[in-house]
Design a protein around this ligand. Structure first.
Ligand SMILES: *[C@@H]1O[C@H](CO)[C@@H](O)[C@H](O)[C@H]1NC(C)=O
Ligand SMILES: *[C@@H]1O[C@H](CO)[C@@H](O)[C@H](O)[C@H]1NC(C)=O
Length: 368
C-alpha cells in the first residue's frame, strides 16, 4: 500500500516539474503518507514519555485506541519509527492499574470494554512482531472477559465489573472480535478451536440479543429486562462488529453469513441520514449540538478502521471509495495549520484532543 500510494505521487512530481507552465495542483484525490505522518506527529504531542499514555488526564481506553492507530500505521507502512513508543506504552500500561489493582495488570481493567481495546491491540502487535507473548496477553484478557459472562439475557458478558451490570454492545463486540482473532492466530489447534467456539457462541447470542434493530443498526445495549434499550446508536458500535465479523469469517470456514451481516450493518450506516451529512460525510449525533465528550470524539475513527478490515474481504473493495471520501473530507475541513483534527470531519475544525486526533489517525491510516 505504502509504495503503491507513493509511486503515482512521485511520478506526478516528475511530470509537473518537467513542464514549463506551472499548473495549479489539483485537489488531492488520495490520502498520502506525508499527510498521515503529520497527523501522527500531532497525535504524539499528547504522548507522555513517563507513563506512555496518550494524554494521562484522558480516559485510559483512549490510550489503547491511539495505540491501535499507531500499530495499524506500523503494520501498513512497515515503518518502525514509533516502535519505541509503542513498546513503552505496553510496558507501562500492562502494570496493575492504580484504580483497579485487583485486575492484576496485563490490561485487566474495571470495565470489560477497556480490556477489550488493549487486547485487540495485542493481537495486532503479535501480527507485526510474531512475538507470542502478545498473544498470551490477549489470551489472558479473553479469559478475563470470559469470567464476566453470565446467562442473564441468554449469554454475553457484562460491561461494568464492580457492579456486574449492563449487557452492552461495545463489550460484547470487542469480546467477539478478540475470541475470533485468537482463533485465527493460536497455533495450538485445541486452543484455537476453544476460542472459535466462544466466538461462534458469542455471535449467535449477539444476533438474537435484540441489540441490532430493524434498521440493521446497533443500539447501545440491553435493558434489565433484556430488550434493546433504544440507547444511542454510536458509530463505534457499528464499527467494532465489522472487524469482529471479518475475523470470524476468516476463522469459521469463510461462511458467507458473517459477511452478509457485516455488509448489512455497514450499508445501513452509509445509507443513514443520521450518520451522514448531506454531502455524505460521517457524523455522530453529538456533533450537531456540540455535546461530544472526549470518548465520543474517538468513535468515528474506530468505525472506519473496522470498515477497512471488512473492505479487505468483500469482493471489489466496495467500501474503499467511502473511506477515501471521509479521509479527504477530514483532511480538507477538520484539520488546522499544524495538522490537529477536530471531531467534525465536515468542519469547522474546532478544538482537537486525544480523542479527535486518535480518530483522525485511524481514519487516515485506513485510507492510506
Ligand atoms: C505523565 O505521567 C506521569 C506518570 O503517570 C504523571 O505523573 C505526569 O503528571 C504526567 N504528565 C502529564 C503532563 O500529564
Ligand atoms: C491546532 O490545534 C491545536 C489543538 O487544538 C493547537 O494547539 C494548535 O495551536 C492549533 N494550530 C493552529 C495553527 O491553529
Amino acid at each position: 500500500m505504502f509504495w503503491s500510494c507513493l509511486y503515482p505521487i512521485a511520478l506526478l512530481g516528475l511530470l509537473t516539474t518537467s513542464t514549463s507552465a506551472k499548473p495549479v495542483p489539483p485537489p488531492p484525490s488520495h490520502i498520502n503518507i506525508l499527510q498521515v505522518d503529520s497527523a501522527l506527529h500531532s497525535l504524539f504531542s499528547y504522548y507522555n514519555t513517563t507513563d506512555g499514555r496518550f494524554d494521562t488526564s484522558a480516559s485510559w481506553w483512549l490510550t489503547g485506541n491511539a495505540l491501535t492507530g499507531v500499530i495499524e500505521y506500523t503494520a501498513k507502512t512497515g515503518n518502525p519509527r514509533y516502535m519505541p513508543q509503542i513498546l513503552k506504552t505496553i510496558e507501562q500500561q500492562k502494570k496493575p492499574l492504580p484504580w483497579w489493582p485487583s485486575g492484576g495488570g496485563i490490561f485487566r481493567a474495571d470495565s470489560t470494554d477497556d480490556t477489550g481495546w488493549y487486547a485487540l491491540a495485542m493481537l495486532r502487535m503479535f501480527d507485526i512482531t510474531r512475538d507470542t507473548k502478545y498473544l498470551q496477553y490477549a489470551v489472558l484478557d479473553a479469559e478475563y472477559l470470559q469470567s464476566f459472562g453470565s446467562d442473564k439475557c441468554g449469554g454475553g458478558i457484562i460491561w461494568d465489573i464492580p457492579s456486574r451490570t449492563y449487557k452492552n454492545a461495545i463489550s460484547n463486540e470487542l469480546y467477539l472480535s478478540l475470541s475470533a482473532g485468537l482463533a485465527n492466530r493460536l497455533e495450538d489447534k485445541k486452543q484455537a478451536q476453544k476460542w472459535l467456539d466462544v466466538a461462534t457462541k458469542q455471535y449467535s447470542w449477539f444476533v438474537k440479543s435484540g441489540m441490532i434493530n430493524s434498521q440493521n443498526l446497533i443500539n447501545d445495549g440491553l435493558t434489565d429486562g433484556c430488550v434493546n434499550n433504544a440507547g444511542d446508536e454510536w458509530s463505534y458500535n457499528q464499527g467494532v462488529i465489522l472487524g469482529g465479523l471479518t475475523e470470524l469469517y476468516k476463522a469459521d470456514k469463510g461462511k458467507k453469513e458473517y459477511l452478509d451481516l457485516a455488509q448489512k450493518i455497514a450499508d445501513a450506516v452509509i445509507a443513514s441520514s443520521s450518520f451522514n451529512s448531506a454531502s455524505g460525510v460521517l457524523v455522530d449525533k453529538c456533533e450537531a449540538p456540540g455535546t461530544c465528550n472526549t470518548d465520543e470524539d474517538a468513535f468515528k475513527g474506530i468505525f472506519v478502521r473496522n470498515l477497512a478490515k471488512l473492505d479487505q474481504v468483500v469482493p471489489g473493495g466496495k467500501y474503499a471509495r467511502y473511506i477515501q471520501k471521509q479521509a479527504l473530507a477530514a483532511y480538507g475541513s477538520a484539520r488546522n495549520g499544524t495538522d490537529f483534527y477536530g471531531v467534525q470531519w465536515t468542519g469547522p475544525v474546532g478544538q482537537a484532543n486525544v480523542g479527535t486526533q486518535g480518530s483522525a489517525v485511524s481514519l487516515l491510516v485506513a485510507a492510506l
